[in-house]
Design a protein around this ligand. Sequence first.
Ligand code: EPZ
Length: 422
Amino acid sequence: MDSILVTGNGPLNGQIPIAGAKNACLTLMPATLLSEEPLTLTNAPRLSDIKTMTQLLQSLGAEVSSLQDGQVQAMSSHNIDNHVAEYDIVRKMRASNLVLGPMLARLGQAVVSLPGGCAIGARPMDLHIHGLEALGAEIELKEGYLHAKAPRGLKGAEIELSFASVGATENIMMAATLAKGTTVIRNAAREPEIVDLADCLKKMGAHIDGAGSSSIIIEGVDRLHGATHPVVTDRIELGTYMLAPAICGGEVELLGGRMDLVGAFAEKLDQAGINVSETDKGLLVSRNNGRVKAVDVTTEPFPGFPTDLQAQMMALMCTAEGTSVLEEKIFENRFMHAPELTRMGANIEVHGGTATVTGVERLKGAPVMATDLRASVSLILAGLAAEGETLVNRVYHLDRGYEHVVRKFSGVGAKIERIKGS
Ligand code: EPZ
């Protein structure tokens, strides 16, 4: 397994390009199953999760070709000859469950393995099941697989989500595009990736209103046609790289960054004494002189502070002046980066879903272990600001969600290299 060696090297300066959003691309790709005509996605990120989704769609009979070094996913689901999403693919990536809604709508049946838990939590699918059953699907759990069928097709319904689940909103919205009649999703997730999916589905001929608000209305249509759609900018990659000048000092321009994608996060950075401003190419981030101030953070569904930026923000708070309380309200086990940061001299106390961080002047480099995608990059951020060398092990987690990490950080002056594993 590869590792990444980071050496604290002072302020960072320059530009970092931000890629298309992993979490948008992973829901846009299954949308190809809704139409017999080709769907092409541009600005797709080059990530291992995208390769996994490609394998899954191909296993169902879709044709997927990654063109232009993976930045274009040209897909055609003319012949879908398999409706079973096998465990050995689904267990690698929870987002595989996003083929459930489209397959039910297109084929009237689907067998999708339950993803099983992952490092950050149990990741159940009860909200997906509740919503799809409301549309008329019959879903049974047998030997770890969801067996779903809609023999009489799907019918529009009013659905209230008990939690604004991103994946459940996406599965229900995609299924509802081909259901008979009107579907209303209440307490829908409001993430920008939901808006991006709705924009793509509308280009394919779907009738959707309200995406981005907590009530989404979908008028079913008989069929959807092909389209070409650019994947929206990745707000989590954007937020991650905004923290590089915040934790190291210096000034970095994030190319393609948009303030509307990182509202609550940028507000927290402002409270901590970090300057964020808009330029004609993206966002410019710099740190005032002196230490960052400690701020409290509670993760919430969009437009609140994103859970996917909690680990990275904790790294910044480890070097802040004062004490910060971070509350993780979305996932039940998302503080695995805390003991690793403690190895670097951080002062963190975790009790259940709350972490109390008392900032220290400077972290010290140390060998650490990446445990999940966002934890791995928080360790790199900590290493960039630490004294000495930090060796981050198990960086395959990183490859799932961050393309060209070494190139992007070294492009602004970081001392960072990837070490091939045995
Ligand atoms: C999406 O996961 C993202 N993944 C996650 O990003 C992100 O952290 C999460 O949304 C929250 O923003 C993709 O988009 C591919 P949820 P998803 O359904 O859809 C519970 C990353 O690092 N829940 O909003 O799985 C669930 O257990 C990843 O890029 C149920 O209880 O998130 C969790 O506690 C990590 N029942 C909470 O809701 C359900 O049926 C949020 O889940 C569904 C979810």
